[in-house]
Design a binder for this molecule. Structure first.
Ligand SMILES: Cc1cc2nc3c(=O)[nH]c(=O)nc-3n(C[C@H](O)[C@H](O)[C@H](O)COP(=O)(O)OP(=O)(O)OC[C@H]3O[C@@H](n4cnc5c(N)ncnc54)[C@H](O)[C@@H]3O)c2cc1C
Length: 484
């Protein structure tokens, strides 16, 4: 089955008609003003568009899509533009319009009894977290881009982050959605129900669809009781195998909820302490591997520091780990988290980095990293693997920095060849080529290479059923036959 490829460039009359829907103040055609919408965080894709539209409500979104569908104009939904696979950036043809959701940031319903919050898709994640806190509740989704990314983008990418271990990814944190379909119809699925077994789950279909099946305009989110004061510890280990043993030890021994179990190698710490302000080596001697652990009690009036101290003391006695620092204050916990959260940023000054967001079964992480490192050394001697990420989720950000002193563009030219090899290994080990960032444009061809024909056929059928004219984020996740 082929996807239809009927989209075309809008005429100036159509551009005026799109502008009239949102009003001139919210329609951006000036090249300079469009820039923030056309480049992404990694500067990997630079797109072109005739117009950026910033609708202020669901009805305006509906009018935009109806007009685009009638006239076969491609529409790229964009939230906070923090996506890491190029899904939110239009192609270089300049034919597609951008629908930016930032003004859809209203609070629609607050339910402190059922612990739900219904908000517009354009609310930033930080704003959602703050609103939940004002209700004395927790919205647990947390990631380094939270000040900019929007809840609609989080849902469209099914974002993960650092609390998946305890609370699940975004899919597990949503009860209902409002979605504008390709032809402009509005699906009101803003239900607050925890139980709803009425046929195919449309909500789950739109979560993770990266703007290719509909535009999410609002969501009903699940909130949680505020946990007790957490404990944060940075642990040093000789091998990554020790991280697996420690993960099991902490999961079994801790009386508290394990909310994060992150890992990174010493080279990551070197990069961070060299390039990120106000950071320093936490231990007096280097160790090959580190784990950053967070636990929390179930009640807001309790703390879990003494428990983690006992659990880690036992791990040192059993020689699972070599050293540990337990944060004594919120500021110290924040400093430890800075070491983990600064890794991506700290790789930039080290030159080109070939990145992979993959997952494998948790117990396979050590062997995956060993095998992938061997592969890299053979393919590109001197390249510096910086594997880090969410150990407890089996999610490795297998980033590889260029050899010291190498030419950046020559190194990055090997991206495809290296990624093929890494992804082949991931598939061989029963893993996934995208753990939390999605497919977008960057992994589209890898998805086509590695997903089973049956799965691809089903995905194409769903796309054709919901977006028969192929106007929604064309060429993302699934290829369109020509003209991308
Ligand atoms: C420093 C940094 C750290 C990050 N850490 C993590 C992490 O730990 N875990 C993680 O999962 N991700 C992480 N990301 C990636 C990114 O933040 C997430 O993918 C986030 O969910 C994207 O949200 P956004 O609003 O920026 O979406 P955008 O980047 O604007 O869009 C992403 C995709 O969603 C679609 N989309 C956006 N809004 C809508 C909507 N309302 N309706 C339909 N489709 C829509 C777009 O078309 C695009 O395909 C990180 C990014 C950065 C820059």
């Amino acid at each position: 089955m082929h996807l239809k490829n009927l989209t075309q460039a809008p005429t100036s009359e159509l551009i005026n008609a799109f502008r009239a829907i949102v009003g001139s103040r919210h329609a951006i055609t000036d090249a300079q003003a469009q820039k923030p919408y056309l480049t992404e965080w990694r500067d990997r894709y630079i797109g072109k568009t005739p117009i950026v539209l910033r609708p202020g409500n669901t009805d305006e979104v509906s009018q935009i899509l109806r007009l685009a569908n009638t006239n076969r104009i491609g529409v790229v939904p964009q939230g906070g533009n923090t996506g890491l696979v190029g899904g939110q950036i239009p192609f270089e043809t300049g034919h597609e319009i951008i629908l930016s959701t930032g003004r859809l940031n209203d609070i629609r319903n607050v339910d402190a009894v059922g612990r739900t919050l219904t908000v517009g898709a354009g609310m930033t994640l930080t704003e959602v977290q703050a609103k939940a806190q004002s209700m004395d509740c927790l919205f647990p989704l947390s990631l380094a881009a939270e000040g900019s990314c929007q809840i609609g983008g989080n849902l469209a990418t099914n974002a993960g982050g650092v609390a998946v271990l305890a609370y699940g990814n975004t899919r597990q944190l949503v009860l209902g959605l409002e979605v504008v379909l390709a032809d402009g119809r509005v699906w009101d699925g803003l239900r607050k129900l925890k139980k709803n077994n009425t046929g195919y789950d449309l909500r789950d279909l739109f979560v993770g669809s990266e703007g290719t099946l509909g535009v999410i305009t609002a969501a009903t989110l699940k909130l949680f009781p505020n946990p007790g004061e957490g404990a944060t510890a940075l642990v040093a280990m000789n091998t990554l195998g020790a991280a697996a043993a420690l993960f099991r030890h902490v999961s079994e021994q801790s009386e508290d909820l394990l909310t994060a179990f992150e890992f990174f190698p010493h080279i990551a710490l070197e990069f961070v302490t060299t390039h990120i302000a106000n950071t320093r080596m936490p231990f007096s001697v280097p160790h090959p591997w580190y784990a950053l652990i967070n636990t929390s009690r179930s009640r807001a009036d309790e703390t879990s520091a003494s428990n983690i101290e006992a659990v880690l003391g036992d791990a040192i006695d059993k020689a699972v780990i070599t050293d540990a620092i337990i944060a004594k204050s919120t500021a110290q916990a924040h400093d430890l988290w800075r070491l983990r959260e600064g890794i991506s940023e700290a790789q930039k000054p080290e030159g080109g980095s070939i990145k992979h967001d993959i997952s494998v079964p948790v117990d396979s992480i050590p062997s995956f990293v060993t095998r992938a490192n061997n592969l890299i050394e053979k393919m590109c001697p001197g390249a510096r693997p910086v594997p880090f990420g969410h150990f407890g989720d089996g999610n490795v950000h297998y980033n590889v920095s260029q050899p010291k002193g190498a030419d950046k563009s020559t190194y990055l030219a090997q991206w495809e060849e290296i990624s093929h090899a890494v992804h082949d290994l991931v598939v061989e080990m029963g893993g996934s080529i995208s753990a939390e960032h999605g497919i977008g444009r960057m992994k589209r061809d890898e998805l086509a290479r590695l997903k089973s024909p049956v799965e691809l056929e089903l995905m194409r059928s769903i796309k054709t059923a919901l977006d028969p004219n192929g106007i929604l984020n064309p060429g993302k996740i699934l290829a369109r036959p020509t003209n991308t």
